[in-house]
Design a protein around this ligand. Structure first.
Ligand SMILES: CC(C)(COP(=O)(O)OP(=O)(O)OC[C@H]1O[C@@H](n2cnc3c(N)ncnc32)[C@H](O)[C@@H]1OP(=O)(O)O)[C@@H](O)C(=O)NCCC(=O)NCCS
Length: 170
């Protein structure tokens, strides 16, 4: 089940992100696996703005997604699912929820940045309808996000910016 996060969920989310990062270690992407998760304080504005969602399994919080507005359009900042609950389409359902939020906002695109070649990143998002953003159409804020990622060393493996139109409002 996907629902809006509550204040009580916040303390659970950093550990979910750490757990979700662990598979990167198996690809030798230690830097990514060790990238610090957001703090509760960093998640609070998203909670307040209604752009933070959790996926639950029998009441337990198994994953989360956080969105933001970048260059005036919806941006998927992070989606993480605890590997114990991987492969149940929770990630896909969280992304659809973010896409619905984007649709309600009237946004043209839902954007994100990800690893091009990691199987559960670029190829996964492509299967969910995302396509590369032509370089000339990457806006200044998204460009700044990419520069920040590069500065943190995260570009040691190919990264790219993707987008898809938001879902139709249901
Ligand atoms: C990306 C993520 C949210 C997907 O969560 P999930 O609930 O398992 O997602 P789903 O069940 O919807 O789908 C998982 C997909 O990843 C693929 N996948 C997962 N692990 C994989 C692996 N080791 N090798 C190949 N494919 C893999 C599955 O085949 C599946 O794709 P498909 O169903 O389209 O064929 C989760 O893997 C995660 O938290 N990863 C770490 C954080 C991350 O990379 N976030 C996204 C970038 S910021």
């Amino acid at each position: 089940m996907i629902r809006c996060a509550t204040a009580a969920d916040l303390t659970l989310l950093p550990a979910i992100e750490v757990a979700a990062g662990a598979p990167f270690r198996e690809l030798g992407m230690t830097l990514v696996a060790d990238d610090a998760p957001p703090t509760v304080a960093e998640l609070e504005p998203a909670l307040r703005d209604g752009r933070l969602w959790v996926a639950t399994v029998e009441g337990a919080v198994a994953g989360y997604a956080v969105a933001d507005v970048v260059d005036g359009t919806a941006h998927l900042e992070q989606v993480s699912v605890d590997p114990r609950w991987a492969g149940r389409r929770l990630g896909a359902e969280l992304i659809e929820e973010v896409a619905r939020w984007a649709a309600v906002r009237g946004d043209r695109w839902l954007t994100l940045t990800t690893y091009a070649e990691v199987p559960w990143n670029g190829p996964y998002y492509r299967r969910l309808g995302f396509e590369p953003i032509p370089d000339a159409e990457v806006g200044p804020q998204l460009r700044a996000i990419r520069a920040g990622e590069a500065a943190r060393g995260l570009d040691a493996w190919p990264r790219l910016a993707l987008r898809r139109p938001p879902a139709a409002v249901r």
